[in-house]
Design a protein around this ligand. Structure first.
Ligand code: 6PG
Length: 475
């Protein structure tokens, strides 16, 4: 054999990617370790099952697998993020030679990716962290791929990755070299942050309509379907199907437990925002909404303690158009916040991220694809400023801001929590206010800790300290 790619890890995503490579004519070997106590040979079974499509060279012996690859070798890891990645890397080392490349296609933390890149570079090996989005179907038919690491490594495998990636409207691959080090995995992490925000936005809009406006899931589905003619959002599209799904003549959504799980990427992006000093309201609110949802038992108890609230909003007529505009505004703000983090990370880490290209490769294949993402690719081509400073966007937000505020207040009035939409409204109001409340914060800091403050009537950079307490004066 002389395979161009060797794929390790035949889980759901690994299998789909292997089939995708094979269907694009890329010679590929597959490996899965023998799982202890399990009789079946995963790699062999996979190869047998798909014999008609491609004669996969399959292996459960790592050395033979590595030997089946064209040199310098390109190895593609599709194993669970975390320790497994390091274990596989270490088990490969004895069989690798200078110039070989390992690509990690999992949702690894970008800092781990940077450490691994350094570790392997010392051994003369290349390492790339490639974010892959699109779930099982995306992996099979064309995902969005966000590869980061050494540019020379991308030069070698870029073409192969572009072959299996989704295509944008112009037919270009939804895969582009993101930047050095952990840039690829950082961008994937942020993709997931935006994903968390968009998911929660849909969830709380649904929740408001159901519990405050007494709409049935299929009625909400029809509304979302209408909105999606304009939004063309993948997440909204699957939400329509979800809301319509029936089991034994009842809506299945009503039987799904309201406690969300998460694997980390959303929270990691909040951590990154904290490190970089970026206001990250909507995405953080979405992560926190998942956290509190997980406390099901406590919430049930508290709902007994505090009793049922009157649903005041329920009697008011629903302003459907206003709700749509509020949803659109919040979604714009969520994207603005996400891209702001990318822009800050790019500056701090000197990654030279191309925001327009990142938006472009998110127009297809990935979970957050939408008509708005198409627009973003265009907007970021011309302007690199904060999205909310963009003329076209600001015109829309000026028009929609009152709806955003109205919907949030109506939801809170009707005792319906709306974490992401309120975070969007608050972020927006803070962003567009020349006067913030932080004069008080600075005065408090100076008062109790002599931390000093700057003055509006003196140049920036001059620091003052005052005695704030009336007692100070009488002493
Ligand atoms: C994607 C998804 C994918 C996965 C997330 C879900 O882009 O294809 O983001 O990577 O579904 O890991 O994350 P949670 O389990 O944290 O919701």
């Amino acid at each position: 054999h002389n395979s161009e790619i060797g794929l390790i890890g035949l889980g759901v995503m690994g299998k789909s990617l292997a089939l995708n490579f094979a269907s694009k004519g890329v010679a590929i070997s597959v490996f899965n370790r023998q799982v202890e106590g399990v009789e079946v040979d995963i790699a062999r079974n996979f190869a047998l099952e798909h014999k008609e499509i491609y004669d996969f060279p399959w292996f459960d012996d790592l050395e033979a697998f590595v030997r089946s690859l064209h040199r310098p070798r390109n190895l593609f890891l599709m194993v669970n993020a975390g320790k497994a990645v390091d274990m596989v890397i270490d088990s490969l080392l004895p069989f690798l030679e200078e110039g070989d490349l390992i690509i990690d296609g999992g949702n690894s933390h970008y800092k781990d990716t940077e450490l691994r890149e350094k570790y392997l570079a010392e051994k003369g090996l290349h390492f790339m962290g490639a974010g892959i989005s699109g779930g099982e179907e995306g992996a099979l038919k064309g995902p969005s791929i966000m590869p980061g690491g050494p540019a020379e490594a991308y030069e070698r495998v870029g073409e192969l990755l572009e072959k299996i990636a989704a295509k944008d409207k112009q037919g270009k691959a939804c895969c582009t070299y993101i930047g050095p080090g952990g840039a690829g995995h950082f961008v994937k992490m942020l993709h997931n942050g935006i994903e968390y925000g968009e998911m929660q936005l849909i969830a709380e809009t649904y929740h408001f309509l159901k519990f405050s406006k007494n709409l049935q899931p299929n009625e909400i589905a029809s509304l979302f379907e209408e909105w999606n003619k304009e939004m063309q959002s993948f997440l909204l599209e699957i939400s329509v199907d979800i809301l319509r799904k029936k089991e034994d003549d009842e809506f299945l959504i009503d039987k799904v437990l309201d406690a969300a799980k998460q694997k980390g990427t959303g929270g990691w992006s909040t951590n990154a925002a904290l490190e970089l000093g970026v206001a990250f309201d909507t995405i953080t609110a979405a992560v926190m909404a998942r956290n509190i949802s997980g406390k099901k038992e406590e919430r049930v108890e508290a709902s007994v303690l505090y009793g049922k609230f009157e649903k005041k909003g329920a009697s008011e007529k629903l302003d459907q158009d206003g709700l749509f505009k509020a949803y659109q505004a919040a979604s714009i703000i969520n994207h603005a916040i996400g891209f702001e983090l990318l822009s800050e990370a790019s500056k701090t880490y000197d990654w030279q991220l191309n925001l327009s290209e990142i938006a472009r490769i998110w127009t297809n294949g990935c979970i957050i694809r939408s008509a708005f993402m198409e627009r973003l690719a265009g907007i970021f081509k011309e302007h690199s400023e904060n999205l909310l400073m963009n003329e076209e966007i600001s015109r829309e937000l000026k028009e929609n801001r009152k709806h955003l505020v109205n919907v949030v207040s109506s939801a809170l009035q009707s005792n319906c929590s709306m974490p992401v939409m309120s975070a969007a409204a608050n972020y927006f109001l803070s962003f567009v206010s020349a006067q913030s409340s932080a004069n008080m914060i600075q005065a408090q800091r100076d008062s109790f800790g002599a931390h000093t403050y700057e003055r509006t009537d003196k140049p920036r950079g001059e620091y003052f300290h005052s005695h704030w307490s009336s007692e100070d004066e009488t002493i």
